[in-house]
Write a protein that binds this ligand. Structure first.
Ligand SMILES: [Zn+2]
Length: 75
């Protein structure tokens, strides 16, 4: 969603003109955000990404144990 251009100063001191909610700082390569709401949304998205990854790994481990380990070593 395009927004009116706004100058945002990164923590490293570099100022970028932003028209989108988040972008990478050209100087230090870190994310800079248009406003606090965008920053919060980015944090929530990152959290969901990690949670999904953890859920996926748990599922893979479960299937690995059920399909490979259990048939190999019957109780
Ligand atoms: Zn920077």
């Amino acid at each position: 969603m395009p927004r009116p251009p706004k100058d945002v100063t990164c923590r490293c001191g570099h100022t970028s003109t932003m028209t989108i909610s988040k972008m990478l700082c050209i100087k230090c390569g870190k994310y800079i955000f248009y406003d606090d709401q965008s920053r919060r949304r980015h944090r929530i998205h990152s959290f969901y990404g990690v949670a999904l990854l953890a859920a996926g790994l748990t599922l893979i481990t479960y299937f690995f144990v059920e399909m490979i380990v259990v048939p190999l070593f019957p109780r």
